[in-house]
Each structure stands twice: as structure tokens, then as C-alpha cells.
Design a protein around this ligand. Sequence first.
Ligand code: C5J
Length: 231
Amino acid sequence: MTLVVPAAPYDFELDPATTALIIIDMQRDFLEPGGFGSLLGNDVSLLQRTIAPLQDVLAAARAAGMTVIHTREGHRPDLTDAPPAKLARGNLSCGIGDPGPFGRILVRGEHGHDIIDDLAPIDGEAVLDKPGKGAFYATDLELMLRNRGIARLIVTGVTTEVCVHTTVREGNDRGFECLVLSDCVGSYFPEFHEVGLKMIAAQGGIFGWVAPSTALLEQLAATTTTTGAHR
Ligand code: C5J
């Protein structure tokens, strides 16, 4: 079954059976007031705008039986997988591995490292811990996608110009076709968000495609109504 999603720079075609929804780093440390992101002086409401549309997309993807993969940026408690350069970056008084309001910052197993309640994974959805910005680097994401016959990715999450962009670039280089949902990705810096989206679809779709979530939802709704895939 082929769905045709109106997108920039041109229509994005997908079959839900061979497409995965990737939700990047919707973690308390990035999205909740008091977490790492807000400690750094960022306005987390800019990221929180993505939650409601992403909930709709997640529900539709689940109803259509699509593969759903959640990622979390973070490190082992002993920080052996954190490059010294990453730990030192920014010369922060409270940085990765330090005790913060939600536990040790970006450390696996801590409250702040986990995914926000509004988008909690359910049974059958992979949760992928990644030490870097890209979801392919030092993870088994590519193996999981190839084993499931996935060829196309719907990429969502935060932040647009960092972990979303890096993942789209990594996926594109590996031959995956990536559609980024413009209202389901967010940045602390609105200008980076805008330009980041333009960069993806520029030059005939140099890294991928961009569309609002409604464009995908309309197609998925038509499918589940016709096929009853959600029942
Ligand atoms: C950052 C991310 N910005 N998930 N992480 O450090 O984009």
C-alpha cells in the first residue's frame, strides 16, 4: 500500500509496513522546566509545542501498525561511553553526569534521562539509548531497521538542528528516505529550527522531505478507515 504525503520539495511516498516512526530524545532533561535544557537557560516551551502533534502522530502510527522507535541521548553511569570532549564542552558548572534536579544529567536510569510521560513507549516499541547526537552512531538502529525491512523514516523529536538533523543526515547516507514533520520537531532557537528545516528539503531534498504532521495524518486516517488496520 502506497500513501502519498504532500511534502517539500515534492510528494513523499510511503508504505506503513516499511516505514518507521523515529522519535528523537523526547526526554525530561530536554523538555521539562528544571531539567538540563532549562538549567542552561533555554525556554523549554519551544520544545513542548511538539508534544501535542507528536501524540497524534504516535497514535496514528500505532493504529497503522507502523514500527515505532524512541531514542534517548545519554550515557552509562560510569560515563565510559561519553567522550571527554563532550563532558568538557561548555565548561558547565552542572553538566553531563553531575547531579541535577532530575537526577544525574543525561545518565541512563535517571528520571531526567527518561522519556516524558505524554509520549511513553508501549510494549513492542524499541527504546534506543544513544551516546551521540545521531541515532545511528554507536547503536544498533541500522540493524533493527534492515531486519524489519524498513526503507523510510518519519523523523520527529528534538532538537531540530542537532539530534534530528544529525539522524536525518546519517539515515540519508545509509539510503533511508527521511520525512521530517515540521511541527513535531523543535529547537530552543527558532531561527535554527526554520533554517534547519529548509536545509533538509533544499536542493531537491538533499537530506530528505519536510511536511506538517497533518499531511501525514490525513493519509494514515484514510488508510485505517479503509482497511480497518487499527482494529
Ligand atoms: C542536544 C538533542 N541538543 N537531542 N541534544 O544536545 O538535540
